[in-house]
Design a binder for this molecule. Sequence first.
Ligand code: ATP
Ligand code: MG
Length: 308
Amino acid sequence: MTDELLRIKNLTKKIGSVVPVNSLSFELMRGSCTALLGPNGAGKTTTLRMLAGLLSPTQGEIIYSQSGAGSISNWRNRIGYLPQYPKFYGWMSGIEYLNFSAKLSGLSKQRAAERSLEVLEMVGLQQAAKRRISGYSGGMKQRLGIAQALVHEPELILLDEPVSALDPIGRREVMDLMRALRGDVTILFSTHVLHDAEEICDDMVLMVEGRIAESGSLTELRMKHRQPILFIEVESGEREMNWLHSLGNRDFIEASEIGTQGARLVVSDMNRARDVLVREIAESGIGLLRFEAGTSSLEDMFMKVVNS
Ligand SMILES: Nc1ncnc2c1ncn2[C@@H]1O[C@H](COP(=O)(O)OP(=O)(O)OP(=O)(O)O)[C@@H](O)[C@H]1O
Ligand SMILES: [Mg+2]
């Protein structure tokens, strides 16, 4: 897993006056699973299309490791790509579609037939092989799309929002498939949901407005963004309300969200915060319902970065 597969340096795409991707740099290790995370319009699709060789960068470099031929044209055979809105010929059966895709990728007739069966099994569609795609569920279509991305045995698959359009069952099917594939093939997939990334990935690249806002291993990022938090809930009353609104001014509170019956406080010194606030609550007879210490999550960081 220490072997680098792909390195992106200052990748930039300008389209007229729009800059969907602005000086992006990151690396992918062989066998890793990385989430390209970001809200709508962050530049995920534009990035993946450049990596797939479907869109030329305005600036920057995409450097694939030299284990085979180095240039992008040769690299196309080593990459599988699932577009955000895949189009299928509904009248074809699953197996016909895979055979067709395999031959388009340059596989011989015999190899295409063998490999189509293999990938159908891999994605759990062997029972539906001969059914028309128009009758497939959303989850089945997406799994067929992943089978298509895998048919020519690529080293890297680029999946553009593979689960975003699916219902919970379809989502589960595709997430389970991705979990089964990880390790054997390097995966870069885009999503706007942090939870998807946390469920199956080791690494993430968070994009906002064409730039990287955060990147690295999820474990490291969780550590980096851990902050002590106090959750307080009180009864409704004037005294309680006044006290809640006075909370923002303490030097041990770094950030506060105050509601009508509670507060969520990011604190710099948990022990002091606890001592001072518990004493105040006791002395002024505040009707306390909940007083809980916790830590902020990656979700907090994600919401902060995305909304700023
Ligand atoms: N061909 C184009 N012409 C003009 N603007 C474009 C073009 N392609 C992309 N953009 C703009 O670039 C930005 C990034 O688009 P992109 O599709 O890469 O984002 P995304 O992260 O995939 O979004 P989503 O989550 O909605 O799929 C958007 O603001 C989009 O409107
Ligand atoms: Mg997109």
